[in-house]
Design a protein around this ligand. Structure first.
Ligand code: IPM
Ligand code: MG
Length: 365
């Protein structure tokens, strides 16, 4: 049966990087005679401009039907003055919630040739390979009550609510244990259980799952310590699992350790492994439309899509090897060029040329 892939290019550099990922998908489709088709819809600022909402009904309808979704990025200065509920970012939160994409996988792995670009010493990051499992549809991002209210005394008050029920904790916990089993068997759960009740429950539920996964070594860290350990000795981590807000922060830290946020993909999955795939970076409006953006994070997101939603593990491996090989060949978009060490053997290329290089590297995978 034809697998439907929905492309949501979004804003800023989103359309450019999604276009390259699409070319890569077209290439593997031809190489491996795969049966998938592409559809495209609006999200974020582009959707606000054209349809008056960040996650319009027409997009919602197609997103619900798709087998997998590839998203570029949302947001930009044009929409910064909109009230919170109308901003492009709400489109992203809405689609996560609408499709119940509670499991966000954010791998942070270092490409050896880019070690110089890390903010940490190469010896601290060599071989770094962390998977952050972030709960994505609950916690303080969605808890009610929320808002900015004027109290009876006339003083305004901002309110958000951090809440998780035990089922929500258990389902993300299980996926994190399973991910750890497929990797190096170490799972670190991150909470603030010394202060916040919601995370006391988080820790208790994670602990209660331990007997089901005897092969996994479970540990717990408070989030402040986890942030410190990530910049002190990041290689101690294999899989980290945490709630929505802590996951947002820790995944940016982990991304920076690899020195190349332009290289990192992500997957957001629901219980049926239907998923939304997107680069970890944002819409970078300052470089949009100039053929400067790094398409590799989106191309690697397409690889994750093949692995997790389309059951095409071998195709995913091919795409990942093709990306590794263009890095080894010395090709760099400007974001990863500056810190590549000596300029010898390094060629600076644009978005499209990087896409071309991955496509020709696929011929030899
Ligand atoms: C992310 C982003 C989003 C988030 C924003 C754009 C809503 O920072 O995916 O990490 O906070 O989840
Ligand atoms: Mg973030």
């Amino acid at each position: 049966m034809t697998q439907q892939i929905l492309l949501l290019p979004g804003d800023g550099i989103g359309p450019e990087v999604v276009a390259q990922a699409r070319r890569v998908l077209e290439k593997v489709k031809a190489q491996h005679t795969l049966d998938f088709s592409f559809d495209e819809a609006l999200i974020g600022g582009a959707a606000i401009n054209d349809e008056g909402a960040a996650y319009p009904d027409s997009t919602q309808m197609r997103a619900r039907e798709a087998d997998a979704i590839l998203l570029g990025a949302v947001g930009g200065p044009q929409w910064d003055s909109l009230p919170a509920p109308e901003r492009p970012e709400r489109g992203l939160l809405a689609i996560r919630s609408d499709l119940d994409l509670f499991c966000n996988l954010r791998p942070a792995m270092l490409f050896p040739e880019l070690a110089q670009a890390s903010s940490l010493r190469p010896d601290l990051v060599a071989g770094l390979d962390i998977l952050i499992v972030r709960e994505l549809t609950g916690g303080i991002y969605f808890g009610e009550p929320r808002g900015i209210y004027t109290r009876e005394d006339g003083v305004r008050e901002g309110v958000n609510t951090d809440r998780y029920d035990e089922d929500e904790i258990r389902r993300i916990g299980r996926l994190a244990f399973e991910a750890a089993m497929k990797r190096n068997g170490r799972l670190c759960s991150v909470d603030k259980a010394n202060v916040l009740e919601v995370t006391m429950l988080w820790r208790e539920i994670l602990e209660s799952l331990r007997p089901e996964y005897p092969a996994v070594e479970l540990s717990h860290l408070y989030v402040d310590n986890a942030a410190m350990q990530l910049v002190r000795a990041p290689k101690q981590f294999d899989v980290m699992v945490t709630g929505n807000l802590f996951g947002d922060v820790l995944s940016d830290i982990a991304a920076m350790l690899t020195g190349s946020i332009g290289m990192l993909p992500s997957a957001s999955l629901n219980a049926e492994s239907r998923g939304l795939y997107e680069p970890v970076h944002g819409s970078a409006p300052d470089i949009a439309g100039q053929n400067l953006a790094n398409p590799l994070a989106t191309i690697l997101s397409a690889a994750m899509m093949c692995r997790y939603s389309l059951q095409l593990n071998l195709v995913a491996d091919c795409i990942e090897r093709a990306v590794a090989s263009v890095i080894t060949q010395g090709l760099r978009t400007p974001d990863i060029a500056a810190d590549s060490g000596s300029a010898e053997g390094i060629t600076i290329v644009g978005t499209t040329e990087m896409g071309d290089a991955v496509i020709s590297a696929l011929d030899s995978q």
